[in-house]
Design a binder for this molecule. Structure first.
Ligand code: KG4
Ligand code: ZN
Length: 356
């Protein structure tokens, strides 16, 4: 089955064509991030206008690439269904992708499958990409614990089989990605904060940290609590207090070190709490997804933690970095494994969609 995926929940406009949930025939992403960088964050109205500009060219390009065409075809018979993000996300952005998908469903007489963007982040692990040829969906053992770490969400979800989910825990306040973004802003490192903090932190190696610098220590919120919840607003407040208590020149001179410690704190909490839940729930695999999963330090720490589990091994799956951030291949894959077409007349965006 060949599915066209459409994603427009935030600042990326994406279309992809995926065969049988795993084989990517095309994957096209246009981003308006350069515009938002100027303002230090996403302006919803601006994001929606950019979605409108990109949506048709991006879908056309995905179709051309998938079927090796030099010009846009007049028929689309080889596409079996259309899948589209219905939430969560920005209402203006969501509407552009959803209304386009509904129009195509009507015009092409193809079924349409609504997709939860959060769940789609997990299906990035089901995509078969050439550089990880051996790792296909079939090698994921269930039950699996999924950690979704994006700009607005930090959730632990139990995946009982390829299409059955149960929400376990989440953040009580800020998401991990939000914490990266807010802390980056406090340090004047720009938007998006995750990649900016990761880049600044790379300048630090443990051998270059002096004792005095080690005095910069940030909290690891809820790391030792006997539950699976997260909380990141206290960490952001600790960084705010640090910037208020110290002279601007001190902050400027220690920017990389503070960025390093922020990254250490966030990644420590994510790894420790996910592993705690994985052991308690006796899962066979851990799947990670969402923009923060592109963080190399997080990837390394998860790999190290998994390698320590000698007596009760758990398989670890982390998508290739370009499939951690928003794209439409994950939308098409999700639709394949959760094939529930809905009449286009019934589809409405849901900006605050959750996982039940
Ligand atoms: O999944 P995503 O692309 O969009 C949402 O669904 O929100 O995630 C965006 C989030 C942002 O908060 C961004 O700062 C974070 O992912 N992010 C990263 C990295 N790349 C993106 N966080 C840490 N390290 C990265 N390399
Ligand atoms: Zn996302």
């Amino acid at each position: 089955m060949i599915i066209l995926g459409i994603e427009s929940s935030c600042d990326e406009t994406a279309a992809a064509i995926v065969e049988n949930g795993t084989k990517i025939l095309s994957n096209v992403v246009a981003s308006s991030i350069e515009i938002h960088k100027k303002y230090g964050g996403i302006i919803p109205e601006q994001a929606a206008r950019e979605q409108l500009k990109f949506i048709i060219p991006v879908i056309q390009e995905a179709i051309k690439q998938a079927f090796h065409l030099s010009i846009y075809p007049s028929t689309h018979l080889s596409i079996d269904a259309i899948s589209v993000t219905i939430g969560p996300g920005l209402i203006g952005s969501l509407l552009i992708g959803l209304e386009t998908a509904k129009t195509l469903s009507f015009a092409w007489k193809k079924p349409i499958i609504p997709v939860n963007h959060l769940i789609a982040h997990i299906y990035a692990n089901f995509l078969h990409y050439p550089c990880l040829a051996g790792r296909q969906a079939s090698s994921i053992n269930f039950p699996a614990l999924c950690l979704i770490v994006s700009g607005g969400h930090t959730e632990l979800v139990l995946m009982k089989n390829p299409s059955q989910f149960q929400w376990i825990a989440g953040t009580r306040d800020d998401a991990a990605g939000e914490c990266f973004d807010k802390c980056s802003r406090l340090l004047g490192l720009g938007y998006p904060g995750g990649p900016a903090i990761e880049k600044a932190a790379k300048k630090i190696t443990l051998s270059t940290i002096s004792n005095q610098q080690l005095a910069i220590k940030l909290p690891r919120p809820m790391i030792n609590e006997d539950n699976f919840d997260f909380s990141f607003s206290g960490l952001k407040t600790a960084v705010l207090n640090l910037t208020k208590k110290n002279r601007p020149s001190y902050i400027l001179n220690h920017k990389s070190l503070i960025a390093y410690e922020i990254q250490e704190a966030i990644t420590d909490v994510l790894v420790v709490k996910t592993l705690k839940a994985a052991k308690k729930l006796k899962v066979k695999s851990i799947l990670i997804g969402g923009g923060v999963a592109a963080n190399q330090r997080l990837r390394d720490k998860f790999l190290f933690a998994i390698q320590q589990l000698i007596n009760a091994p758990i398989k670890l799956f982390i998508p290739e970095k370009k499939f951690c951030t928003d794209n439409a291949a994950t939308i098409a894959s999700t639709a394949f494994y959760n094939y529930q077409p809905v009449s286009w007349q019934k589809l409405k965006p849901n900006p605050s969609l959750t996982i039940n």
